[in-house]
Ligand binder design. Structure first.
Ligand SMILES: Cc1ncc(COP(=O)(O)O)c(C=O)c1O
Length: 271
């Protein structure tokens, strides 16, 4: 059905409590990128909140294919979320209530060519999220507030900093480059384990870069030769400035450009 005709029951626990998990998968030229990884992460997120998923991977893949097919878009994203179902409002899990699933396809909103070439400004924001950021929960209020704060300060994205350590972006993972070393926060409970992040680590290793997954302070990012973001919509996107201070040459650097090229080859199945 057309998106605007979709309806949510007011007692859906996703609507009342943010009690659910979600995924966003991207289709390039008619082929989903790493759908299996997205489904595995969805299952891990659901398991982490004790939410049973009664659908098989084949069922969920069929939903994605059907929606993408009906959208008529070769390049699109499919958003889907699973919540703990519809029940009278009470915090305790409802018994015997089936989970709800909702999904839609949308055109991709990708960065412009100018943003890719010049890089985007980011603004550091306090990471005051809960302690289970590896769960792709639909409860995104802290991310929403941080993103808005960054936008109001002239940023394209907010860079979360917890106890002086850069964790990730509000909707992306964050990387720094120093010489031939690429660093990013370890995939623990402080960050979302991005599917793009994992792909970037693969292509970085294949390019002969020294890859370090370790906590790094904001100063290491400010003093880096290059900083970039990764995510399903931004892919690999250079950062020009953090808190209005230029990073390296103040525009997308050569390592970021090479990694983006390698990532694009991966998405097209030509790498
Ligand atoms: C907080 C956060 N970190 C990282 C990412 C990037 O994850 P992926 O590469 O799987 O899109 C996202 C994507 O939504 C995100 O919301």
């Amino acid at each position: 059905m057309p998106l605007h005709q979709g309806r949510v029951p007011v007692e859906d626990r996703g609507y009342l409590f943010g009690d659910g998990v979600y995924e966003v998968v991207r289709r390039y030229a008619g082929r989903f990128f790493r759908l299996g990884e997205h489904l595995a992460r969805l299952r891990a997120s659901a398991a982490a909140i004790d939410l049973a998923v009664p659908w098989t991977d084949a069922d969920l893949a069929a939903v994605c294919e059907t929606l993408a097919g009906r959208s008529g878009l070769e390049d699109c994203t499919v958003y889907f979320q699973i919540t703990r179902g519809v029940a009278p409002r009470a915090h305790a899990f409802p018994r015997g209530v089936p989970p709800s699933i909702m999904a839609f396809a949308r055109a991709v909103s990708a960065p412009s060519a100018a943003q890719r070439a010049e890089g985007v400004p980011v603004v550091s924001v306090t990471d005051d999220r809960w302690g289970r950021c590896h769960i792709k929960s639909i409860n995104l209020l802290a991310n929403v507030l941080a993103k808005e704060k960054a936008l109001e300060a002239g940023g394209f994205e907010g860079l979360f900093v917890r106890d002086g350590i850069v964790t990730e972006g509000t909707v992306s993972n964050a990387f720094g480059v120093r010489g031939r070393t690429v660093f990013t926060h370890p995939a623990d409970h402080r960050i979302l384990h991005g599917v793009t992040r994992a792909a970037v680590l693969e292509v970085a290793a294949a390019e002969g870069l020294d890859v370090r997954e370790e906590p790094r302070p904001l100063g290491d990012f400010l003093g880096a030769d290059e900083v970039f973001l990764s995510g399903t919509s931004v892919e690999v996107l250079g950062v020009s400035m953090i808190d209005k201070k230029p990073i390296g040459a103040g525009r997308t650097g050569p390592v970021t450009t090479a990694l983006h090229k390698a990532f694009v080859r991966l998405t097209r199945g030509t790498a």
